[in-house]
Design a protein around this ligand. Structure first.
Ligand SMILES: *[C@@H]1O[C@H](CO)[C@@H](O)[C@H](O)[C@H]1NC(C)=O
Ligand SMILES: *[C@@H]1O[C@H](CO)[C@@H](O)[C@H](O)[C@H]1NC(C)=O
Ligand SMILES: *[C@@H]1O[C@H](CO)[C@@H](O)[C@H](O)[C@H]1NC(C)=O
Length: 348
């Protein structure tokens, strides 16, 4: 009996303690329980143009969920509380083509974070706290769109071999002091380095990007060497290569004295500029030729296949016909003849 009373007393103590804990220490405990059982933290799936997408934006996530459908091709994690991308953060998802991580607080990216993403074509890391990036990111075979705006990236981030076929590189509001020195990039169409700390630019910076169509330099304080034709040379190159640059007032070379402008009418580009540009063109040319050769061989192989198929059909029919004749000879007495079957119809 006393044991029961004693147990009852303990139970009462426990209940009172818990209630007090919740009441006095209050909300943190309650909040934590809510946090552990998140009824709203559910990613939604949708399928657009046969692309399976997981939408996990604004769910206060601190980690990338690892229990999503492994076949997702698009992952939207915009506006969460992610602080780092670890080696295994994206590990289960091997078909991702689009990853949106904008508006988080990502400061650390493991070197291998994207190692498992061979099909990645677009990565959005805008509005994070990155001051470095994993080098392997720039070697993904299909990556063509890279949004890195509003981070803390400086020139050293681009001391890396870039082999990804980048078309768009968006670097607004970072800490660059020069145009990224990423070597010859024959695919690059759009480079956005607005609102960085770029103070100088030359034709040699742009020559490796022989397909470039748009360059946004807004919000940098670019100065050309006083008394030189550098500005006119730069603008001549931009016009020759039909690159659209921003801001517009760069075109006027207003900071150079007007008298000089006339002397600068026939500027020449450095040999290095021409070399870099030609190197870039050569890569495009090589690709075009490889593609032509490929098409040629596909054509040849198709022709041979068709020829072999026709030959096979002909031989087959001849063979069938012969057999038929022999059979007819054998059954020459028989009154009834079997109706033609399909093979014989084809062959006649
Ligand atoms: C460069 O990026 C900024 C910020 O995203 C954008 O407002 C601007 O239009 C972009 N420039 C070009 C030429 O696309
Ligand atoms: C630059 O030159 C163009 C004409 O070529 C003119 O319309 C424009 O106002 C000039 N801009 C500045 C900022 O001087
Ligand atoms: C640039 O190339 C031209 C012709 O190809 C050559 O005559 C000249 O010496 C070169 N200049 C330099 C600085 O290498």
């Amino acid at each position: 009996m006393s044991i029961f009373i004693f147990n009852g007393f303990l139970l009462l103590c426990f209940v009172v303690a818990t209630v007090l804990n919740v009441l006095v220490l209050g909300s943190p405990g309650a909040a934590e329980i809510m946090y552990l059982k998140p009824p709203l933290k559910m990613c939604r799936y949708s399928k657009v143009n046969s692309i399976l997408e997981a939408q996990c934006s604004k769910l206060k996530l601190r980690k990338i969920p690892l229990n999503l459908n492994v076949d997702i091709e698009m992952l939207d994690l915009i506006g969460n509380y992610l602080t780092e991308l670890e080696k295994d953060s994206l590990h289960p998802y091997k078909k991702l083509a689009y990853i949106y991580l904008g508006g988080n607080s990502i400061a650390e990216i493991d070197e291998a974070a994207f190692a498992n993403q061979p099909y990645l074509t677009l990565l959005d890391l805008r509005l994070n706290d990155c001051d470095t990036l994993s080098k392997s990111l720039f070697q993904l075979p299909y990556l063509h769109t890279l949004y890195l705006g509003y981070n803390h990236l400086n020139d050293s981030v681009f001391k890396v071999k870039v082999t990804s076929p980048l078309k768009l590189l968006q670097l607004t509001k970072n800490e660059l002091t020069t145009i990224p020195n990423i070597g010859v990039q024959p695919t690059l169409l759009n480079l956005n380095v607005s609102y960085n700390k770029i103070t100088s630019i030359s034709t040699e910076d742009l020559a490796p990007f022989c397909s470039l169509k748009e360059l946004d330099l807004t919000g940098n304080s670019i100065n050309f060497k006083a008394g030189s034709c550098d500005c006119q040379r730069f603008i001549a190159w931009v016009k020759l290569r039909q690159i659209k640059i921003k801001p517009d007032d760069l075109y006027n070379c207003t900071k150079t004295p007007a008298t000089l402008n006339e002397d600068c009418a026939n500027v020449r580009f450095s040999n290095r500029t021409n070399e870099l540009f030609d190197e870039c063109l050569a890569i495009i040319q090589h690709e075009v030729e490889t593609e032509k050769a490929r098409s040629f061989w596909i054509y040849v192989v198709s022709c041979i296949s068709v020829f072999l198929f026709v030959l096979f059909v002909v031989l087959f029919c001849v063979h069938k016909q012969k057999k038929q004749l022999t059979a007819n000879d054998d059954n020459i007495d028989m009154r009834q003849q079997e109706p033609d079957n399909n093979y014989q119809n084809i062959c006649r």
